[in-house]
Write a protein that binds this ligand. Sequence first.
Ligand code: NAD
Length: 322
Amino acid sequence: MIAGRANPLVLVTGGAGFIGSHLCEALLARGARVRVLDDFSTGRWENLARIRSDIEVIEGGLESAPAVERAVAGVDSIAHLAARSSVVESIGARELYWRVNVEGTATLFAAAAAARARRVVFAASSSAYGDRAPTHDQAHDQAHDVPQDESMQPHPASPYAASKVEGERLVRALAQTGGVDAIALRFFNVYGLRQDPNSAYAAVIPRFMTRVAEGKPVTVFSDGLQTRDFVHVSDTARAVIAALDAKHVLGGVIANVGTGQATTVTELVRLVGAVLGKPAMVEYQPAREGEVRHSVAATERAAQLIGFRANISLESGLRTMV
Ligand SMILES: NC(=O)c1ccc[n+]([C@@H]2O[C@H](COP(=O)([O-])OP(=O)(O)OC[C@H]3O[C@@H](n4cnc5c(N)ncnc54)[C@H](O)[C@@H]3O)[C@@H](O)[C@H]2O)c1
């Protein structure tokens, strides 16, 4: 039970989104009361359909101080997931990303401090690591700076990544001077049911699953040998709850949420084909701006700090989406 209290009230910002809606379900299953703050810009009411009558929903934006103050009133703790969350979109929308992800986060944290919330868990991103080797040549490709551990300097390579790194700084300031304990969890590539395959900025797994199921080729940017750490949404929700639950002070630190397993995009294509029982065809395109070459989490800090280890393999996770 969160913080050892009976039925604590947890605010999930971005609760109508992909990860947020899974988190709301997992929190309810553990006996928490759940309030959602979401402006439904990318979130959807359908994501909350199964739990609609069990939660309170405030439809409003992080930019609105009155909506945020209403959302934090009386909460025990906050999972702050609301954000604009596309690397590609952020390149043409810097101001929007700064306004929502940085200024919106500052507004929320000020309200959390005023309301004396116990703890905030912030959805940070593995994109903070960026690409430490700017070239993509083969020599660098062998083993540059992976796995990524939290002591490395951030190298954000997009406005989205930069906004998330700034959010981490706000987390630290909140914990050090705001009277609210906090942690920033750097999610790696989260996947699972309810990820939108149709948006222009769709994540790779739902996009590949849909294309292969339809017998259409998937688009692979670059040579397919770039790696990602794919972490299932149920594991991710479990990590957030472990952080909300931790008995000791977290102090505004950063911890990765990943599996520690690197998967090439080529291997992902093969697994998607195997899980769907269909051949997967590939079309190659040049690498996209702002995207990193290699990404895999060091997992020790999350294990030590909040007792979290991912336990869903990519193959079994993909099977939950069929
Ligand atoms: N999906 C991933 O692989 C991944 C990886 C790293 C970090 N994250 C972070 O995790 C969080 C959740 O991501 P997701 O994949 O569920 O994305 P999502 O887009 O499905 O969820 C984001 C939610 O925030 C809401 N939102 C956006 N702007 C808002 C605003 N101004 N006010 C209130 N609500 C707003 C959206 O409507 C949506 O419901 C985000 O902070 C994202 O940056 C996700």
